[in-house]
Design a protein around this ligand. Sequence first.
Ligand SMILES: Nc1ncnc2c1ncn2[C@@H]1O[C@H](COP(=O)(O)OP(=O)(O)OP(=O)(O)O)[C@@H](O)[C@H]1O
Ligand SMILES: [Mg+2]
Length: 368
Amino acid sequence: MATVSLKSINKWFDSSQVLYDISIDIEDKEFVVFVGPSGCGKTTLLRIVAGLEDVSSGEVEIDGIDVSSAHPIERGISMVFQSYALYPHLSVFENIAFPLRVAKTPKAKLQEMVMRAADILRLTDRLEHKPGQLSGGQRQRVAIGRSIVRQPKVFLFDEPLSNLDAALRGEMRVELSKLHKSLNATMIYVTHDQVEAMTMADRIMVLSEGKLEQFGTPMDLYHHPKTKFVAGFIGHPKMNFLTASCLSIDSDGVKVELPAIGKQLLPVEPIKVNQGEELEVGVRPEDLMLSETGKGLPLKVDVLERLGGSTLVYGSLDKYPNFCAMLQGDANVREGELVNLDVKPASFHVFDSNGNAMKRREVPEILK
Ligand SMILES: Nc1ncnc2c1ncn2[C@@H]1O[C@H](COP(=O)(O)OP(=O)(O)OP(=O)(O)O)[C@@H](O)[C@H]1O
Ligand SMILES: [Mg+2]
């Protein structure tokens, strides 16, 4: 059992504030990812949970108990860092056993716990090796093994995969998700990689410049981003944005003028905006299709990326130079040509001039 609650956490380093009023409740056995660009405060917040950094104001609760001033060792947490420091002269077995030796764990118990961790992490046939004889992924697993044997209530990971190559990162993502299921533990995982966040998290907290932008399930963030920042951060390739002035707004949605296609009613739940206000209209590359009719958004194609299963088409649309469409398969498009793209009105996202989203009316079947 381990819930983690952050209550109005503020953090200052000297005169600069790096975290602003962060409040979230993490459930028992949940896998929560903190994601956001470099410098947004992810590591600082994780170190606050671990007790390696003080809060300036606010509280950290673990299992309902305020641990804000408790020593890291008293919190029942274990943290795995990006740069995992293994002891090069010790074997894999001894590296994993290290915290148990420090705690003077009886020999038989120590043996059993290390063997169990090695089994979970598929390191059983590497136990006599030294770290220098291991691959990057295996070394990372040894570092995780060392945290497993401590039997923490909460696992904290700070970008543990960022030193690995892309293929190994993909593999380790799956390993960590399996580990989460088999250990049945609460985990908080920090990354700036939105794909890692989307694939591993039960819920994701998006941070920007020390502020909580949104906390929700991956599909909630993808389909219903609350801010333009979240909309642009979650999803790959990134959402395209167009500015469009608000022509009218009523209970059916908001009417805007879009480049080339003209007036369009977008089915969103309106928030207070004024007629004539400049809105941001977002459309994901994967929601664009080649138009059969020769109408639709006109895109002058600059660059094609053919990935086999899909084709990424980059070009300029009206005054927007880096517009991207993701078309199915090996699309029949050539560099230099002008194509027209269709998009369903319900696929558009609409943001006010402060970047706040209007909730979309129509949601995919899967979310109903
Ligand atoms: N000990 C410190 N003293 C002063 N400023 C700090 C300290 N640690 C972090 N900061 C500042 O706090 C902000 C948040 O840093 P933090 O390391 O939490 O970011 P991050 O989101 O983990 O970034 P990255 O993705 O690059 O690891 C940054 O502006 C950083 O410069
Ligand atoms: Mg960091």
